[in-house]
Design a protein around this ligand. Sequence first.
Ligand SMILES: [Zn+2]
Length: 1009
Amino acid sequence: MGLEEPRENLRNGGGLSEQWAESVVRPRTTERHIQVNKRLLLGFAVSIIALILVSGLAVALGVRFEDCSGRTDPDGAAAAAAESGPRGGSPKMNANKGERTTEEEPWRSSRLPGSLRPRHYELQLLVHMDNFTFAGEVSIELECVNATRYIVLHADRLEVDRVSVTAEGGAGGRSANKQGGGAMRVNRHFAFGATQVYVVALQRELKPSRIYRLNISFEAAIEDELLGFFRSSYTLHRERRYLAVTQFSPTHARKAFPCFDEPLYKATFALTLSHDLQYTSLSNMPVESSWQSEVDGWSSSRFARTPRMSTYYLAWAVCNFTYRETHSDSGVTVRLYARPDAIASGAGDYALDVTKRMLGFYQDYFQVEYSLPKLDLLAVPKHPYAAMENWGLSVFVEQKILLDADVSSASYQMELTMVVVHEICHQWFGDLVTPAWWEDVWLKEGFAHYFEYVGADFLFPKWNMENQRFLTDVLHEVMLLDGLSSSHPISQEVEQASDIDRVFDWIAYKKGAALIRMLANVMGQPLFQKGLNDYLLSHMYSNAARDDLWTKLSQAMRSEGRDIDVGSVMDRWTLQMGYPVVTVSREPSEQLPTHAIAVTQEHFLYGQEAGGNNGRQAPAFIHSLWFVPLTVAVGTSSGVTSETLLWISNHTETHRIGRMDERSWLLGNINQTGYFRVNYDLHNWKLLIQQLHSGHQIISVGNRAGLIDDAFNLARAGYLPQSVPLQLIGYLPEETSFLPWHSASRALYQLDKLLDRTDDYSLFSDYVLKQVAARYHQMGWPTNEGNVLQTSYQTQELQRELIMLACSFGNKQCHRQAVVYISDWISSNKNRIPPNIRDIVYCTGVSLMDEDVWEFIWMKFHSSSAVSEKKVLLEALTCSDNIFLLNRLLNLSLTSDLVPQQDVIDVIIHVGRNPQGRSLAWRYFREKWEVLNARYGEALFMNSKLISGVTEFLNTERELQELKDFIQVSGVGAVPALPRAVEMVEGNVRWHRLHRRSVFQWLRKPQSA
Ligand SMILES: [Zn+2]
């Protein structure tokens, strides 16, 4: 799945606030009365039975087909009784009604019992778009693994109508004998809500190695929330049009049909959809046959049988979209479906082309063909995630797939590209080979996230995504989170369905990607590719756990004579949380001191405090060790030696290194391919800083960005004096590359959050402006000519970064330019502001200019129809210095329907990012907690965005106490965001107590060049 990436804003370094990316709010569900057209349902049921008879013959693999209606049962009365048996009753009340129970009640377990394995599903659905209900019948071919009297499978919010079970014979295709064949007597069937399962209790045991068929008919609503089979709408020619689409990952297929809804239960699926003639339907596979009934006005499509797959990426849609089509080089049909007006305008063409090229890229890279005959991309107006990788039918929210090159910024195009590249990667990592269980969701998400960068480099080689942008957007971002003691290991145990959503977090995506990148660099590209190819081929159409991957990668290494046990190396990184800081220093005790270095490793934590008396018990993992692949090089002003790879596995080690003299410095983690921080002795830091000032190009772009990020974070956590990072960025006026600037600005916004309410703040902002001024004036402002697809991405991004820094830290010329743009827009009513910097200009204008500008932007927000533009306008409103206006915005957001519901949380968070609005947002959040909680319900708990967003800037003892009081009084309970928020704020308070003074002391000293 693609999560929403945090967007960077003024006074925000894309920090901790949005790490839980499920940004769309799910309203609470309400019970819905289901009305299904009975006449149609009856006709449908008859046709289903007929279809099952026909298709059963085709698919039963030689197994004799038994009539599932129960008429061949010698005890027909029993089957009939079972069909009208108790539904949804309490299992306790009904327990042991005629069952000789030897099994415990298997439906109480949070995981399916494993006695039965689904082999094939025949699923028929009758979709009523007029009243948003559907009726279905599923026929599941089951193989019995262990004898059991119970069939336990998932079902949630389904109204089950009839249930029957028939025995079909042996698993090897043997036909059923007299005793084993025919209808099975069902004692009772019931839903068990606590574990979202449906239970069919049988009179007799199902026998191992035999095949059974379970038939269930059911009804349900097409929900108005974004889960299961849900509906959505859009406007075309002033008319409201509806569509219905699925989102099953991770645990919502059970809301659309009874199924074994765990990734391990792979089976084949044959789907038939019936709906009103005016709609078309899509699913994972192409349509095999279709027919229409003019009398009823119904149209039906039967889709080809899928390969073996898990339930969570099964998908279907009923809509009246149009499409554009292309073909990959290997003949796969690729279509992009969207609203007819979007298709007509060509807004889907860019993503279609990217998809076609990426299919070719992945086939070459993995040496494994794409598995299905077609791949459809579906652009929907509303979706809970950026996108979902359903095999053959991937679904995207419109903003992540439709591109209007004339009004889109470069970052919008980049984001969209990467979402598409991500989902296409999942067709292999996720769909073809599926993680065995959700604890290893990073096995698919880490790969898809890593390949976003590799794939983007294939599409746009000049973007340098994998060796540059990856550092700031993935590595630096996740190390912020993973440096907290409230972090968690990347492989997390989960059992309950309600916990599974939580594994889709930035640790899984970004740490997963960072670890994979580290491994790829250690192995080298050819061996890494060879290992992945072997892994995919060995587990295709099946499941894999992390050990399966490690085995294949180890084998690849061994084939080249490199005997590294990848599993034992990587277990250290996946089973323990956090990461190490590696300190590299010259070894003084050696006889030849210039030839040896001492290397130590320890768990990096922001909670470090000199003397260790921070009152917190050292957690058990604090003594953890990692197998660290440390690359080291020695440099002087004339060049850098080639790197040496050292495996560090102890707390302290000594290693020999190439020749060094007094002027040579050490550099660790070359190009920042490793997932750890590097610290040095102070003398080495001094030499590195001198090198940056005298000739920064000697050190690679990636390492320049890495040194900046490491220095700021080491200082923040107390490993390094505060003056080091400030001295280090003194070289920035000479820096012409985007990445080090981006790394610095992220770190500076973090520091800004700590300092911007202090008396001496101007010392800090003046220092930042001093670094920015020369390069900002040299780069200037963008012109409106040329679109984002043509101009240089790196140049545009650097220009944008400098304008953002200049305007947010108070450069007068930058402010004037923003005011000129806004004034021109108001007087001419023509928006001539280049799309790439509109957010900066709007925000600066609103913060500097009078209330009329705020009203103007508010008006434009209402009249704008472009989704991306609307969002930028709304966020600009939160930039005002006027508390009255901010308060008004907060109240309007919450109490009127002027602001879309899913944007209200963003409004509160953005008010909190505005230094003038911080106290207001924090107070407002606490005051309105009950209202927010009532409206967003479960979503607020699932999604810690709001909590992090309104607390990350708190940094006084009083605010910390307010946070603790709030947690106690509100009883918000075990939301993972809360311990993290408390830890963050404690860290902020501690930083002020220990380090603020030394920052200002250094800033006050006159600085030499
Ligand atoms: Zn994904």
